[in-house]
Design a protein around this ligand. Structure first.
Ligand SMILES: NC(=O)c1ccc[n+]([C@@H]2O[C@H](COP(=O)([O-])OP(=O)(O)OC[C@H]3O[C@@H](n4cnc5c(N)ncnc54)[C@H](OP(=O)(O)O)[C@@H]3O)[C@@H](O)[C@H]2O)c1
Length: 305
């Protein structure tokens, strides 16, 4: 008797009212023969029902062809959903789970990889030992990027917010998780405060909301004497860093400061997401979040080199 053939099935669990078509379409284009199921408005309390019923019907052999993709705008709810999913799984009923809340984890990974790429091209080595400032690092992109810089052993990662308490909460959480104290909270509202936040930075990454300028060019010129690399995730004008064109990819913004714009980051983000989906497809189990995305991005960098 021939062995049963299982179709790949991706289950999109979205905490928002509408599942994002972005990741669904990318999956459909990448995975031949894929079946897509989507659940919207999912709360942590809904997870058991969905995940148990996804784990068992295909048996231990079939479960490895079922994947979960977790999405949503509210990072706290997304994290709670992921924790619930992990609790539902046990050998051999485990599956691969991609986590990329509204593209933020693949974007953060791409942004950190691009700053590493430019730093290396300038002959300045790796991120270890560098000072980094993540401007408006309190959203999903900024939090993941701050975590990655700290994990890469940056000497200092300043995370700014208009609200000190918000930055402090994020810094404490990341420092606790990574057993370090390199993440430093910083309140930055006016441009002089933003200037102070970048004063001893080697790398500045802007992760502010779309259409919000965080770093005026004059502030960069006046305070950023040590800055070598700037990058911006905001593709909606006005951009996060004045004068940094979204298409710029490793060229000078001002003399001696090399920039990476939001579209250059976005191009790598899409490549990383495609590889993340392919990796989750191959692997039987595991959580594929910003950590996995960053490893993929870094591997692309060494392949290109
Ligand atoms: N290419 C892609 O696929 C992709 C995917 C995801 C995100 N992105 C881009 O990446 C960037 C970051 O995304 P995100 O979702 O992490 O951002 P977000 O949560 O919307 O905003 C990040 C931070 O920006 C600050 N902010 C908001 N409004 C502000 C204002 N009026 N003035 C000053 N600061 C303000 C807030 O920090 P405080 O309240 O702490 O000051 C907020 O926590 C966005 O520009 C987004 O468009 C791109």
């Amino acid at each position: 008797m021939s062995e049963q053939r299982f179709k790949p099935v991706f289950i999109f669990i979205d905490t928002d009212k509408h599942a994002s078509p972005f990741d669904i379409l990318m999956t459909i284009d990448l995975v031949p023969d894929v079946m897509v199921l989507k659940y919207e408005n999912v709360t942590p309390e809904d997870v058991e029902k969905i995940v148990y019923d996804a784990l068992f019907p295909r048996g231990p052999k079939g479960v490895k062809f079922t994947k979960i993709f977790v999405n949503g705008s509210n990072l706290e709810v997304v994290n709670a959903v992921v924790e619930k999913i992990k609790k539902c799984m046990f050998p051999p009923f485990e599956l691969a789970v991609i986590v990329d809340p509204r593209g933020s984890y693949t974007t953060a990974s791409a942004a950190v990889v691009k700053t590493l790429e430019v730093t290396q091209k300038l002959g300045l080595g790796v991120i270890e030992g560098k000072n980094v400032t993540v401007l408006a690092g309190t959203g999903p992109v900024g939090i993941a990027a701050t975590w990655l810089y700290a994990a890469e052993k940056a000497a200092k990662v300043v995370v700014t917010s208009r609200d000190f308490a918000k930055a402090q909460k994020i810094a404490s959480k990341i420092n606790d998780e990574l057993k370090t104290d390199v993440v430093k909270p910083f309140q930055a509202r006016a441009s002089e405060e933003v200037g102070k936040a970048i004063e001893d930075a080697d790398i500045v990454l802007a992760t502010g909301a779309p259409g919000v300028q965080l770093l005026p060019l004059n502030t960069l010129k006046t305070y950023g004497k040590r800055v070598k690399v700037v990058a911006d995730c905001n593709a909606v004008p006005p951009y996060g860093i004045e004068g940094l064109d979204p298409k710029l990819d490793g060229k000078e913004v001002v003399p001696g400061v090399y920039g990476v714009g939001a579209l250059a980051i976005g191009t790598l983000k899409n490549k990383i997401e495609a590889e993340l989906i392919k990796k989750a497809l191959q692997e039987r189990k595991g959580i594929f979040d910003f950590r996995a995305a960053y490893e993929i991005g870094k591997a692309m960098l060494s392949t290109t080199k």
